[in-house]
Design a protein around this ligand. Structure first.
Ligand SMILES: *[C@@H]1O[C@H](CO)[C@@H](O)[C@H](O)[C@H]1NC(C)=O
Length: 213
């Protein structure tokens, strides 16, 4: 009797938990819909073309005529819908002479950088003990920046530098700390209180970076 019950329940289990977990080859992002925590919704497979899996923008030198003399050209899911759902993405970094990608984080993913031209001084700061890891990188060197940690890249030579970076997320995000502090309308009094900087320094940086208040 027990065996019959067991078999009965076992068969029910098989019926109610069939092994048919959906496996999709890809989920090309439908950029016409908003991006959610899990990325974009999938484009209908019939509408997917090879061009969704190809991004040609990283062969083009970024425009470094700006305050930081640097340009980041992203191939994240918003620009390159083929990486949606795959947990990866890439970008190109151009650093003119004296260029810098100021202290920043990518909240969504870790980064690997490979220097292909010039010299780049790069580093990051740990969150647990604020330990600093930085080094001058030459052509062919790669460096990893763990997810969420503050890091920077500075052109360390007298010639333009180029690097390609890859991320462990199709949408790693980018927040530059100085812009977060001095390029918006966070009242100067609050910036001063929360950074220990004096009023003159805060006003000066707001003027340079476009902040108000
Ligand atoms: C580069 O950016 C600057 C500043 O936005 C702009 O004036 C210039 O035309 C741009 N150059 C190119 C080649 O797009």
């Amino acid at each position: 009797m027990f065996h019959i019950f067991f078999l009965f329940f076992f068969s029910l289990q098989l019926l109610s938990f069939p092994s048919h977990a959906a496996v999709q080859d890809f989920c090309v992002g439908d950029l016409s819909l908003p991006e959610g925590p899990a990325g974009y919704s999938c484009k209908k497979p019939a509408k997917v073309t090879v061009n969704d899996f190809v991004f040609s923008g990283l062969g083009v030198t970024g425009n470094t005529s700006n305050l930081i003399k640097a340009a980041v050209t992203p191939a994240f899911s918003a620009q390159f819908p083929g990486v949606n759902g795959l947990g990866i993405s890439m970008a190109r970094l151009d650093l003119a002479v004296d260029g810098v990608v100021p202290l920043h984080t990518h909240p969504g993913g870790s980064e690997v950088l490979v220097v292909v031209e010039g010299t780049i001084c790069a580093g990051f700061i740990s969150s647990s003990a604020n330990l600093v890891y930085f080094k001058s990188l030459k052509k062919g060197d790669i460096m990893v920046f763990p997810q969420g940690l503050l890091h920077f890249q500075i052109n360390g030579g007298g010639t333009p530098a180029i690097a390609f970076v890859s991320f462990s997320s199709p949408s790693p995000g980018l927040q530059i700390t100085a812009f977060a502090l001095f390029a918006n309308n966070l009242p100067s009094a609050l910036v001063e209180k929360t950074t220990f900087l004096d009023d003159a320094q805060v006003k000066k940086l707001k003027a340079v970076l476009g902040g108000t208040g």
